[in-house]
Design a protein around this ligand. Structure first.
Ligand code: MEV
Length: 317
């Protein structure tokens, strides 16, 4: 968080990737998430002689008249200001983002984190993780219905994390560099409907859904061991297994399956959707950095609208 001048305060947050454990994390199972710093949101706050305005690519106007899909953000701003001051000034909150919306890359959490950070910076107040989390949770509840909190944790942190609802967050060790390719299907995923779809499945087929959750839990534990031991082939296989379970939970779709298939055909060690699914993004584990480049090409040929190559571990690139 940076105070740009006496008048403008800046708050930032980056994207996130869920390596494994999305959806099962909502039911108390663990998940592994990574900060994704190649994309980010910046929030600039400055005083204006009016009430509170918000300005971004999708809306420019008063906080009180934001469109429906920004109501969570507006509620988060209102609650943040209540914490900060009894008499809020006229403020302009201006957002700049390179995180595509609704692609499972943490855009909604990152926007809220950046805004809360910028408001705390503007009022020259310290912000701890607990307060940040509870304020961001307001907008995440609007966005996801029943958020596990993993998006907020990964988009506000700097290291790979082991996340489980209502437990301390643990850092994850990476034993060997991992090279991931992230591919955007170009279609907005609907996390809210994907999460409700899984809830519905619980009602209609509790036994099978429970078994899927338990399998995802087992995959996630094994993935942690594979990550810390640098066993990339095993990790890749686990990503494939997770994709199978997510498909059986009904959160993948034809477009995602096509990208997953293209990555495997191009030799990916494993590939799966990341985030809520039903659109959004796919991640693929490459053998090395040069293989990541050919995977990215394969994704684009298969119809991805954009790709990012992202390495993590000892030798960061
Ligand atoms: C969304 O990025 C991850 C989900 O597991 C929902 C959540 O954890 O809140 C699908």
């Amino acid at each position: 968080m940076v105070q740009l001048s006496q008048k403008v305060a800046l708050g930032k947050a980056h994207g996130k990737l869920i390596l494994v454990g999305e959806h099962s994390v909502v039911y108390g199972k663990p998940a592994i998430a990574l900060p994704f710093p190649l994309i980010e949101v910046k929030s600039f706050v400055e005083e204006i002689p009016e009430s509170i305005r918000i300005s971004c690519d999708y809306y420019d106007g008063y906080l009180s008249t934001v469109p429906n899909k920004m109501k969570g953000i507006a509620a988060c701003v209102v609650e943040t200001l209540k914490v900060l001051t009894p008499h809020p000034k006229g403020l302009l909150i201006r957002l700049e983002s390179t995180i595509p919306l609704g692609r499972g890359l943490g855009s909604s959490a990152a926007v809220a984190i950046a805004i809360v950070r910028s408001l705390f910076t503007y009022y020259k107040r310290e912000l701890n993780q607990k307060v940040l989390s509870s304020l961001v949770n307001i907008s995440e509840t609007h966005a996801h219905g029943n958020p596990s909190g993993i998006d907020m944790a990964a988009a506000s942190g700097e290291t790979p994390i082991w996340f489980q609802k209502d437990r301390e967050i643990d850092q994850i060790q990476i034993g060997a560099p991992i090279h991931l390719v992230v591919a955007d299907s170009g279609r907005v995923g609907d996390t809210l409907s994907a999460v409700s779809g899984v809830k519905e499945k619980y009602k209609t087929d509790q036994h099978k859904t429970n078994a899927s959750m338990e399998h995802l839990e087992e995959i996630t534990y094994t993935a942690r061991t594979a990550l810390s031991g640098g066993h990339l082939k095993i990790l890749g296989h686990l990503l494939d297994l997770a994709q199978e379970e997510l498909t059986s939970l009904g959160v993948s779709d034809d477009g995602i399956n096509k990208l997953v298939h293209a990555a495997r055909k191009a030799g990916a060690l494993g590939a799966k959707l990341t985030g809520g699914g039903r659109g959004g993004c796919v991640i693929a584990l490459a053998k090395n950095a040069s293989h990541a480049k050919s995977l990215a090409k394969a994704f684009l040929i298969a119809g991805a609208s954009k790709t990012w190559n992202f390495s993590l571990g000892n030798k960061l690139e």
